[in-house]
Design a protein around this ligand. Structure first.
Ligand SMILES: [Zn+2]
Length: 201
């Protein structure tokens, strides 16, 4: 990037590494950015900054939230007997948009992946066990809404083992999601189907 102005190169470096964005796309974004009116760039920068300053993890489910307790956890209309465990915030949004689930959520922050070095201890699994083991909770069913792949299977197996002594039903999203599919990219009908057809873990 030596023949382009340093500031554009710097902007490109910041875009590089965004999920799905490589060096070429990053440079394209940087050139797009520099072509925008100054006011638009200011709004863009302020929106990015607001993300770092105004967002925290919900104390209950771990989702990104602008308040200590997110709007889903704070909603008194949710079914407190059902807890849906998801890998990421994006997966939670997809399940939520499917309209098939009216309980609460728990976000793990990823799935177990020995190859990538994602071990159970770096995920929010201990917090999940504490949450479902608490004597004052009303949870009767835990739905594991993981991608139907090796990582999803490993994570489901691990959690089921950790919860085997608890008298809580565990189910996993089943039909609807083809093997290798990612919840994040599934359409809402598919996720709703997978919910309806969930099977006992
Ligand atoms: Zn929450």
């Amino acid at each position: 990037m030596s023949r382009i102005p340093e500031v554009i190169g710097n902007a490109a470096s910041e875009f590089d590494g965004i999920p799905g964005v490589g060096p070429r796309a990053a440079l394209r974004y940087a050139f797009w950015l520099v072509s925008l009116p100054k006011e638009r760039i200011r709004r863009f920068a302020q929106a990015m900054l607001a993300v770092s300053e105004g967002v925290t993890h919900c104390r209950m489910c771990g989702a990104w939230s602008t308040s200590e307790i997110c709007i889903v956890c704070a909603d008194p209309g949710r079914d407190v007997t059902q807890l849906c465990v998801v890998a990421t915030d994006q997966d939670m949004r997809v399940v939520e948009n499917s309209g098939a689930f009216r309980g609460r959520y728990h976000i793990l922050g990823g799935l177990i992946d020995p190859i990538e070095g994602t071990t159970p201890d770096v995920l929010s699994i201990d917090a999940l066990i504490v949450r479902v083991s608490a004597t004052d909770n009303d949870i009767t069913e835990v739905v594991l809404a993981f991608d139907p792949d090796v990582r999803g299977d490993a994570t489901a197996l691990f959690i089921a083992k950790r919860m085997q002594d608890l008298s809580i039903g565990i189910s996993r999203l089943a039909r609807g999601l083809p093997t290798g599919a990612q919840i994040e990219y599934a359409d809402e009908t598919t996720v709703a189907d997978a919910f309806t057809n969930r099977r006992k873990q």
